[in-house]
Design a protein around this ligand. Structure first.
Ligand code: NAG
Ligand code: NAG
Ligand code: NAG
Length: 337
């Protein structure tokens, strides 16, 4: 599917590795001062559980909004990530699902984007149950050049700086009570310094950022009324850094729903887009509903459109219907539907 992977006018990616800091990728904008992208999470199920229907609508909305790229909030491949970089689930759940024939035609005739199209992904807890390093492998980019998954990194898209944070290592239960799951913690343990360094890098990246819009993406929610609820480890350790550095949006998956929650004492808007396939869990937490302005238990995705002064974020269902819209400006915040 065409448009969801489209990267406007792009001359390729520059990898600038600063020592011991997060990898920084340069994402050139469209040239008209705007930026738009789609956000989807928790999707890889070989097209089932409405994954293909969501993909189809993403193609339509992606074309309409002339998107620059797609963000995946993790849990890219179910149930247990990829078993290796040769796992055919990569093609079956990614390449084959987001490139239906009808969309292929639109894609090539309409936008003619191929090698430079990209989607940016982080790892979710299910991805860590397989060979986590396989998803980071450059080999996957050879199979499908749209794929770019790293643990934590920064996409500098001029207007916006998007910081991707590897949130799975923060969550205590995966280490203390993994039940019958095994997690691939290569590159993560020892856990304490891994988390400490990551927080330090996120903090300095945000502090130094001069972008108009500061966006942080992780797999786990900071705030959610869905099945998993708030992630206390992120509330304690990550949220204070985001508040102190005027982050506009925190975007995540993990709960298989769509949500918009406003922070009560900062400008941060918590946006869950984890509805890329299996949803309808029917399990809404009555606990902390503070700031909740939208919750949808079914499948769908989210679009983000940014200019220097305004942000418009829209949630869609499997039919492409608009469920909720959020407008933000540097002066005020406004939401409806
Ligand atoms: C697919 O989406 C439709 C419309 O929301 C819903 O009625 C149906 O239950 C969904 N199917 C699955 C397997 O979730
Ligand atoms: C895509 O662009 C190339 C180079 O600009 C052109 O030669 C080719 O015909 C285009 N393909 C389509 C399907 O538009
Ligand atoms: C958000 O802004 C768009 C145009 O940028 C406008 O069409 C829409 O009505 C606005 N929605 C709200 C809720 O203000």
């Amino acid at each position: 599917m065409a448009l969801w992977f489209m990267v406007g006018i792009i001359c390729g990616l520059c990898f600038v590795c600063l020592s011991a800091e997060l990898q920084r990728l340069e994402q050139p904008g469209k040239g008209d001062g705007s930026l738009s992208f789609l956000v989807v999470g928790d999707w890889g199920r070989r097209g089932s559980f409405n994954q293909s229907r969501v993909a189809f609508q993403m193609g339509k909305i992606g074309e309409k909004l002339d998107i620059d790229f797609v963000v995946s909030t993790g849990d890219n491949f179910y149930d247990n990530g990829l078993s290796s970089e040769h796992d055919t689930a990569f093609e079956e759940s990614f390449t084959d699902v987001y490139t239906a024939n009808s969309l292929q035609k639109q894609w090539y005739s309409g936008k003619n984007m191929t090698a430079n199209s990209l989607s940016y992904a982080v790892l979710g807890n299910h991805d860590y149950r397989g060979d986590a390093e396989a998803q980071l492998s450059p080999l996957l980019r050879k199979i499908d050049s749209r794929w770019l998954c790293l643990r934590s990194f920064i996409v500098n898209a001029e207007l916006a700086e998007i910081i991707f944070v590897d949130t799975t290592p923060f969550v205590n239960t995966y280490f203390l009570d993994p039940e019958d799951h095994t997690y691939d913690w290569r590159g993560v343990t020892p856990r304490k310094p891994y988390i400490a360094n990551l927080l330090k890098d996120v903090e300095s990246a945000l502090r130094e950022s001069t972008a108009t819009w500061k966006i942080v993406v992780g797999h786990h929610a900071i705030r959610s009324v869905g099945h998993h609820g708030d992630t206390e480890e992120l509330v304690s350790h990550l949220l204070p850094i985001l508040k102190a550095n005027n982050v506009d949006f925190y975007m995540n998956g993990h709960d298989h729903c769509l949500e918009h929650i406003s922070d009560t004492d900062s400008r941060i808007q918590f946006l869950t887009s984890g509805a890329g396939s299996k949803a309808w869990r029917g399990d809404v937490k009555q606990l902390n509903r503070e700031g909740l302005s939208f919750f949808y238990d079914g499948q769908g995705f989210m679009s983000v459109q940014l200019t220097q002064s305004d942000a418009e974020i829209v949630f869609y269902d499997v039919y492409g219907n608009i469920l909720h819209r959020l407008n933000a400006s540097k002066q005020f915040l406004h939401s409806s539907m």
